[in-house]
Design a protein around this ligand. Sequence first.
Ligand SMILES: Nc1ncnc2c1ncn2[C@@H]1O[C@H](COP(=O)(O)OP(=O)(O)O)[C@@H](O)[C@H]1O
Ligand SMILES: [Mg+2]
Length: 264
Amino acid sequence: MAPAPLISVRRVTKHYQAKGGRYVALDGIDLDIAEGEFVCLLGASGCGKSTLLNMIAGFEKASSGTLEMRGRSIDSSGSERMLFFQDAGAALFPWLTAAENVRFGLKLRSLPRKAQDDTIARYLAMVGLAEHADKFPSQLSGGMKQRLQIARALAIEPDVLLMDEPFGALDPLTRRRMHEELLRIWQQTRKTIVFVTHDISEAVALADRIVLLTVGPHSHIAATFSVDLPRPRQSTDPAVAALLTEIEGTIDGGAIGEREAVSS
Ligand SMILES: Nc1ncnc2c1ncn2[C@@H]1O[C@H](COP(=O)(O)OP(=O)(O)O)[C@@H](O)[C@H]1O
Ligand SMILES: [Mg+2]
């Protein structure tokens, strides 16, 4: 028997009260996520990716269906081992150094000072910021700020990282570097990652498994793709190119709906 999934989403539906009546954003989502897996939720903007991630985080309640982590219902109390990581750059404290930004999250875990210092040093080193511990966010580049945010997130040692288009605002080169960085950290820590994107090539670069959603309303899973290819993945690699083409073909074939397509 396969091991029990870390996260299990069953028949989940989400609707919102809208002016014109009820808007059914998600309709019948079934998804299992294994411990250590890197899953990308891919879909056009407005299809319900953030809604699904917010429900996994316990920020929003499903209208029907169940969400569980390790067999326990995800509610506001069950989400403490998950960390939500959104657009970078915004959430650092400008008046704290890099090291103190990382410490901020640790205080919530009430670690002794020495253990805090060790953890801070370890995670700053992991993201390549050991030399910059005493700098303030304003003294760091955009990419460094993002790495600092990742260090702060990882230092809390969550079981799951939930990332909602975290690199959407970055230029393509910095974004590529962040992909490498994130993959390196993931390979070191084997955290479970659920990563939302509307970018096919980003999903193909990162994921173990890509979950493609249809456009809304009534968005559901159109297809899933297992990506058993070595990393780093170059779009010039024939196997990578073939997967990109396969996903594009699924989208163009109408599987995700007619109104919008995701971009690559
Ligand atoms: N709080 C809300 N109230 C009403 N409609 C919402 C709310 N949040 C999201 N929606 C709608 O649900 C759909 C999915 O939104 P979202 O999950 O943000 O999509 P995505 O992240 O894929 O771009 C959209 O049509 C959006 O307008
Ligand atoms: Mg979104």
